[in-house]
Write a protein that binds this ligand. Structure first.
Ligand SMILES: [Zn+2]
Length: 480
């Protein structure tokens, strides 16, 4: 019946509208037709009236009632709860009197590679409903790992049929690239026209079988396999591309990442600076796939606290001359900036001294010098052992600096490839020269007390992507 009515309307319009508009109107009718005849979420919603919610750790019944805008008593009655203080995480509660959403609602963490928009497409929720269900006021508050409440079960079959729209792509070129029908794409995404702006959007691709995840173009996948964006950690980002890419770059907390081919994927080892304030920061990827198509992706990720200690240190005030400090730090930053494409290390790093771990001071400790604010931090690990103890290269590499520095004393810097460098400060003797290839376990110097040091020790540090990171992780974890 509906179809006949629409056909009649079309006939009527034909009499009054110019040919260009007729095409547009015909398109709109196709959209309406698809929306009506393809079984949709709203059809399921009408059939299924009850709402269930999976209780999350930390939830209280009052919070749950508030979230769904229902009466607390109605909630407890519906679930036969007599003691409102007892509600266990994982329990499934019936939510009475809610008609704006249906099904089983669960909380999930937004995966890397998904955005608010891509999830909205996946679950086929319009702006308002998505905001209401998830409790999100603005998409900009959603970062990777953010807990979103979403209906489960819906859209599961569509996970494999979405695509991010390239920066210079139109709906038509996206359809051509993905082998989908532009009219069906328009209808499935409830777009109002074929030529509207879709730049940066994520679209459902009905009738295709694209393996791509979330907001990234097929067949890209992105995963954080280590570090988890924690302050001071070496974060490992792995991009799967199902083959070779022409180009891949990206940024994390404003720092350029360097991706290198490794086995069947691309890997970047990027330090998150230990003093980065916890909170949401930008993560971007940009590249060109083997077929020449370009893409851009950006998502918020959350830098987490590394829970570092703090200490007060008294030093000769002359030591706090920032001019010397800044110049020397800039010098080291410059040496550790280049990214050598060959990975020279393999397996775990060895300890840089032969002694059992005898650590005087840990990495990342916030420092107050002579009563200052805690704006300084310890950039490495201090090993004891006394003057003359061996300093050992923890992995294969190439010496890129040796010399005498005012603060760091006799210093050596080794490049291990992939933007990973190690530094050895305050040595009494240095046995290597710039250009030397060193091997794991090789004695490269002696522990000492040179530079601004208040007792013999080896200060050892590791740089990843131009940022100092927790060296200890390199002794106990495999990178990548
Ligand atoms: Zn130190």
């Amino acid at each position: 019946m509906r179809k006949q009515r629409e056909n009649r309307s079309l006939e009527n319009w034909n009499q009054f509208t110019p040919i260009g508009n007729r095409i547009l109107i015909f398109g709109l009718i196709l959209v309406i037709a698809s929306v009506i005849f393809v079984p949709t979420v709203s059809a399921q919603e009408q059939a299924q009236v009850n709402v269930e919610y999976v209780v999350q750790p930390g939830d209280t019944l009052t919070q749950i009632a508030t979230r769904f805008d229902i009466d607390l008593t109605a909630l407890t009655n519906a679930n036969g709860i007599t003691n409102a203080n007892t509600v266990n995480a994982g329990a499934v509660l019936t939510i009475p009197g809610v008609d704006w959403v249906s099904g089983l609602l669960d909380v999930q963490a937004v995966p890397l590679g998904e955005t608010f928009r891509s999830l909205q497409r996946r679950y086929q929720l319009d702006d308002q409903l998505m905001a209401r269900v998830s409790g999100v006021v603005s998409p900009t508050q959603v970062y990777a790992g953010y807990s979103l409440m979403l209906p489960t079960g819906i859209g599961e079959d569509l996970v494999a049929a979405r695509a991010g729209v390239g920066a210079s792509e139109s709906l038509l070129s996206l359809a051509a690239r993905t082998g989908s029908n532009p009219w069906s794409v328009m209808a499935a995404n409830k777009l109002t026209g074929m030529w509207g702006g879709v730049k940066g959007d994520v679209l459902l691709l009905p009738g295709t079988n694209q393996p791509g995840p979330g907001a990234l173009p097929s067949p890209l996948t992105v995963e954080v396999t280590k570090g988890d964006f924690i302050q001071g950690k070496t974060t490992v980002i792995e991009v799967g591309a199902g083959g070779e890419m022409i180009d891949l770059s990206g940024t994390l907390v404003g720092v350029e990442m360097h991706f290198l081919p490794f086995e069947d994927r691309y890997v970047a080892l990027q330090g998150v600076h230990v003093m980065t304030e916890p909170g949401p920061y930008s993560f971007t990827l940009k590249g060109k796939l083997a077929d020449g198509s370009e893409f851009e992706f950006s998502q918020l990720v959350r830098v987490q606290s590394g829970d570092y200690d703090s200490e007060r240190i008294t030093v000769d005030p002359a030591y706090l001359d920032e001019t010397v400090d800044n110049a020397e730090t800039a010098f080291i930053k410059e040496i550790t900036a280049p990214v050598t494409p060959d990975k020279l290390w393999s397996g775990y790093f060895e300890k840089p001294t032969p002694f059992d771990i005898f650590v005087n001071s840990w990495f990342g400790t916030r420092r107050s010098y002579n009563g200052s604010e805690y704006t300084y931090f310890h950039s490495g690990i201090d090993f004891g052992g006394g003057t003359g103890a061996d300093v050992i290269s923890p992995a294969n590499g190439k010496v890129v600096y040796t010399g005498q520095l005012e603060i760091r004393g006799n210093a050596t810097i080794i490049d291990h490839g992939w933007g990973i460098y190690t530094g050895y400060w305050h040595q009494s003797e240095v046995f290597v020269q710039v250009g030397d290839i060193v091997t794991e376990g090789q004695v490269i110097g002696k522990v000492g007390n040179t530079g601004r040091s208040s007792g013999a020790h080896l200060h050892w540090e590791v740089w990843a992507g131009g940022v100092q990171v927790e060296p200890y992780d390199w002794l106990i974890e495999l990178f990548p």
